[in-house]
Ligand binder design. Structure first.
Ligand SMILES: Cc1cc2nc3c(=O)[nH]c(=O)nc-3n(C[C@H](O)[C@H](O)[C@H](O)COP(=O)(O)OP(=O)(O)OC[C@H]3O[C@@H](n4cnc5c(N)ncnc54)[C@H](O)[C@@H]3O)c2cc1C
Length: 406
């Protein structure tokens, strides 16, 4: 069992274990997909699965820097509660590998160029490789901006956790503090913590000052009463360092000593960090996408994220944004999966419409198709769009061309 789990983790950590050959059509200048998915966390993987299930040709490109990379286990994902993130991704990739129209690869997308009125896109990777795709899904996630306090980064995801649903249960009823700048979000968040930890502490690190208090009073005039009835206390000592004195990266038995600048100390079993975040990728900025900060989303990170419509499409038609990057304001694995599935459901219809438009525009005659050179291209495109089985392309044979021209 241990060997199996260990090898799963190694495979997951090393990157994408299942990479089907890329669909390259002989004669095509660039391989063209129905959809390219950028990012291979829970959102991107769900999109790839959904595309594969309806036999869309898709390529997932992932630079493998996952937001939940530091944490020990994924929680509150039904049937997968307690699964290490690397195992979660490995299992996803294993399941997706059944769907041969989907390929996966490691890589970093550097540019996405809309072509011909967004009817397709050129995707440029850092190594110079390029692909074409009719649609694009950005599942590129967020980066947490951790303060530089010594010891904080090493404890992140391992005793110093990100959300109550993430590791709150594992640290219930333990001596606990929320690390945050004094703010409305921090007050509200500490109130939500009391079902897990009685009398939680807010460690506000020197931010409980007039300016911060005035802003909180404006938004929550009765904040003091709210803190009082919930037994929440504010400790404004300035942090100097955090040391883990017991426990390790693979259990929930941590003890931390927090040292303050006045040399006083505090022993805690767990902490929650409310820190800002930002888009992991610069692609939305390069594309000039509309961004927004979700208002009162429940996510305290305050990141500017990609504005999406109800179909998960961004302000750039044909490019969808799913998971943590989008403006739903809910950053967790179930949301990542939900938003990705929703994007593909809408995309499937959009692709069908695009394909039908092309058929109508070209007034395709199947006899003519088989004869003419441009017809050959249309036929290949049509067969892919019609979701006929896309065989694995083997560079040493012409089986794909043979199949398409049958
Ligand atoms: C410490 C911690 C613990 C958490 N625990 C839980 C939990 O227990 N349960 C839960 O539901 N949620 C948890 N979350 C939240 C959860 O991890 C995120 O909501 C989820 O990972 C979002 O998935 P995603 O696919 O949108 O992004 P990510 O998982 O971050 O994946 C984004 C991927 O896109 C890639 N990428 C970015 N730019 C490019 C590019 N240009 N080219 C190619 N690839 C690119 C990145 O490298 C990365 O691999 C936790 C978060 C943190 C910080």
């Amino acid at each position: 069992m241990f060997v199996k789990v260990f090898s799963l983790i190694v495979a997951g950590v090393l990157g994408l274990v299942s990479s089907s050959p890329i669909l390259t059509l002989p004669g095509d200048s660039l391989p063209q997909y129905d959809c390219i998915v950028v990012g291979g966390g829970p959102a991107g993987l769900t999109a790839a699965s959904a595309l594969g299930r309806v036999r869309r040709s898709a390529l997932l490109i992932d630079s493998a820097d996952y937001r939940n990379g530091p944490t020990q286990e994924v929680h509150d994902v039904i049937t997968r509660d307690g699964t290490p993130p690397a195992v979660f991704r490995y299992l996803a990739r294993e399941q997706i590998s059944v769907y041969k129209s989907v390929s996966m690869m490691n890589g970093t997308v550097e540019a996405i160029v809309p072509e011909e009125n967004n009817t397709y896109f050129t995707i440029k990777l850092s190594g110079g490789t390029q692909y074409e795709s009719k649609k694009v899904i950005l599942a590129t996630g967020l980066n947490d901006l951790l303060p530089s306090t010594p010891g904080l980064a090493t404890g992140w995801g391992k005793g110093i956790y990100w959300c109550p649903w993430c590791d709150g249960w594992e640290h219930k009823d333990m001596p606990f503090a929320t690390l945050c700048a004094f703010s409305e979000g921090c007050v509200k968040d500490s109130m939500t913590q009391v079902t897990l930890n009685k009398s939680p502490l807010m460690l506000t690190n020197g931010t409980y000052d007039d300016a911060h208090i005035a802003r909180v009073e404006e938004a929550l005039p009765d904040y003091k009463e709210r803190l009082k009835v919930n037994n929440i206390t504010v400790d404004d000592r300035v942090l100097c360092k955090i040391s883990r004195v017991h426990g390790n990266d693979s259990d929930y038995e941590d003890d931390f000593v927090v040292t303050f600048t006045d040399n006083s100390t505090l022993v805690l079993d767990a902490m929650r960090g409310l820190f800002p975040a930002q888009l992991k990728s610069d692609l939305p900025g390069k594309l000039g996408m509309n961004l927004t900060k979700p208002v009162d989303s429940g996510d305290p990170s305050g990141a500017s994220v990609i504005v999406v419509k109800s179909d998960m499409q961004s302000s750039i038609p044909g490019i969808f944004a799913v998971g943590d990057t989008n403006s739903d304001g809910s950053t967790n694995v179930p949301h990542a999966m939900w938003s990705a599935k929703r994007a593909v459901v809408f995309m499937q219809t959009a692709l069908a419409m695009q394909y039908t438009d092309a058929l109508i525009d070209e007034e395709i005659d199947s006899d003519h198709l088989k004869r003419s050179a441009s017809g050959k291209e249309s036929l290949m495109s049509m067969k892919r769009s019609l979701e006929l089985p896309v065989p694995r392309y083997d560079a040493t044979s012409n089986e794909l061309m043979d199949y398409l021209m049958e």
